[in-house]
Every structure is written in C-alpha cells, then in structure tokens.
Design a protein around this ligand. Structure first.
Ligand code: SAM
Length: 296
C-alpha cells in the first residue's frame, strides 16, 4: 500500500489536492474517496459540503497531522466509524468504539416499522412499552425513544463494555423515557410487560466465511457470533419473549441473510402468529415480525 508516499505529502496543499493525492497514493487499497472526505471533515471541523465549497483552502499543519493519523488507521483496515467514534443512524448519530457493533444501514428499516406499529397501539388508547434486547450502542432503542418521547423503552444488554457505551449515548441523547437493564436476554424483564420486543441479536455462525476481515477483527465477538448455526441467541429470545410480551404483543427480529425460513419455523413452533418477513435494501429477507397471539 502506498502509505509511505502519502506521509510525504507536504503542507501547503489544498483540501482538494490532499484528497486527490491521498487517493493516488492508495491505489491498491479499498479506501473510498468519501471515507477520506469524512476524515478531512473531522480534522478540519468542517462539514463535507463546506470542504467542497472551500476546496482550494490550504490545510494547516495541525489538521494535516490529524488527517494523517486517520489515514494510517484506515489503511490498517480499521472501520471509519471506530476511527471517528461516530456513526450516523436514522436521523441521529451515535458514539461507537470497539466495545459495540457499528450500527448498520439495513437496521434503520425496522425503526419505521416499529414506530408505525407503536403508533397503532397508542391510537387504541394504550401506553407503549418497548424492549430493545441486545442494545449495543443503543441505536435502535434510543432512536425510537427520541422519535416517540412518550413511549417507555428498556435497553437490555449483557456486555458491561457495551453498557458503558450505551450509558454515554443515553446521556448524550437526553432521553428521559429509557432505562438500561443489565440482563442475559430477557431474564430480568417483567412478565407480560412489553407491547413490542425488538432484537438484532448476534446471528453469525462461528465458522462463517462470509464476514469481512475488518468486521471479524474489530467488532465484538459477542455482538456477532452465536452457536447452533448462528441461531442459539435468536431461539432464546423467541422462547423468553413469549413470557415477556403482552398478549398480542409484537416481536421484531433481525436475522441473517439465509435464516428467515428457520426463524419462521421456530416462531410457528412456539405459537407465534401473523408472521411476516421484511426485506432489506438488497431484497434480503432480513426481518421477521410475529405476534404473541396464540396459545400452546
Ligand atoms: C448484533 S449486536 C446489535 C447491537 C445493536 N442493537 C444494533 O443493532 O446495532 C447484538 C448485541 O447483543 C448483545 N448480547 C449478546 N448476548 C447477549 C445476551 N445474552 N443478553 C443480552 N445482550 C446480549 C451484544 O453485546 C450486542 O451488543
């Protein structure tokens, strides 16, 4: 990788030339121009738009130093979100580091579905109570909490490392309608307390060859892997949700690209009804929604 060449880039270079020269010096790497622009934006405390409007401005030495530090990390394969400690999600942005999964774009789809469902529950006159099981950064639960401040959200997480990040994001969000619950999935949740349970559990099987190297290396194992072909945690959540959901409550699950059929069959076996699948942006059967409306 032409990183050494990059470090020789001299001061007195414009924003535009810095990006162009850095791209050239990395022609064998997978770093995108947009990633470099984000690094430059962070180094100069400017938005990407203002950078473009001021593309001929010369970079200051302190900014160049910062930019170089970011580029070295990017070139080593570290995900941009962990370098900048930030990931946009839905209409918000969350602090992230290597203690939590980086929120994924496809997970955003489920937020609008849950809000639509919660609004219907609210319309019927009830209050809305939601559990986000395996909250990680809190991107799902905190986003819903900010969109609907009158709903009650419980953020369940087992990893103490993740809980530190979650607490920071909860404080930063200024939400007063959320609480964090340390729990092994739903073990510490009250019976028949939730209108909606949402979970994006770890669902990658241990010997999977599908994970990108940077994901496997940097993101926490506990957020990624599950035994039993990736389904052990999902199955635990399905079994425990039956107790924790109110009658007719909804279970929203994110699953792996090839798991939808198995998740559906397991839900049927455990007496969930109204099962439907939601596709992600790549037309993958990414979410399975079901309802606690049958008795075994
Ligand atoms: C795939 S990540 C999802 C994080 C976040 N909800 C998101 O969508 O970006 C799964 C999360 O579940 C948590 N987790 C794993 N096992 C758990 C358990 N037994 N009980 C509670 N949380 C668990 C992990 O620490 C991780 O934060």
């Amino acid at each position: 990788m032409g990183l050494k060449n990059h470090l020789w880039i001299k001061m007195n270079i414009s924003y535009k030339s810095l990006i162009d020269e850095t791209m050239k010096s990395m022609n064998d790497s997978i770093i995108s121009k947009l990633e470099l622009e984000y690094c430059l934006a962070e180094s100069t405390h400017m938005s990407i738009n203002s950078l473009k409007l001021n593309s001929e401005t010369k970079i200051k030495s302190s900014q160049l130093k910062k930019f170089n530090m970011f580029v070295i990390q990017l070139a080593s394969g570290k995900p941009l979100a962990y370098i900048l400690n930030n990931q946009p999600f839905h209409n918000y942005s969350y602090y992230v580091d290597e203690r939590v999964l980086i929120p994924r774009q496809e997970t955003e789809i489920i937020i609008d579905e849950i809000i639509r469902q919660g609004d219907l529950i609210k319309k019927s006159g009830s209050s809305v109570s939601i559990i986000d099981a395996g909250s990680g950064s809190g991107c799902i639960g905190l986003t819903i909490a900010q969109e609907r401040p009158e709903w009650k959200i419980i953020l369940v997480e087992k990893s103490l490392a993740a809980i530190s990040v979650l607490s920071k994001n909860l404080i930063d969000s200024k939400c007063t309608n959320c609480e964090i619950l340390e729990s092994d999935w739903l073990e510490n949740c009250e019976h028949q307390s939730a209108d909606i349970i949402i979970s994006n559990p770890p669902y990658v099987k241990h010997d999977s060859k599908m994970l990108r190297k940077s994901v496997a290396f940097y993101e926490p194992d506990m957020a990624l892997y599950s035994h039993n072909n990736g389904l052990e945690d999902m199955k635990k959540i399905i079994i425990q949700s039956k107790e924790v959901l109110k009658q007719d409550g909804f279970l929203f699950l994110e699953n792996g690209y090839d798991q939808s059929g198995r998740v559906t069959r397991f839900l049927e076996k455990h007496y969930y009804g109204d099962i439907r699948v939601i596709l992600d942006y790549n037309q993958i059967r990414r979410f399975t929604v079901s309802r606690n409306n049958k008795n075994g």
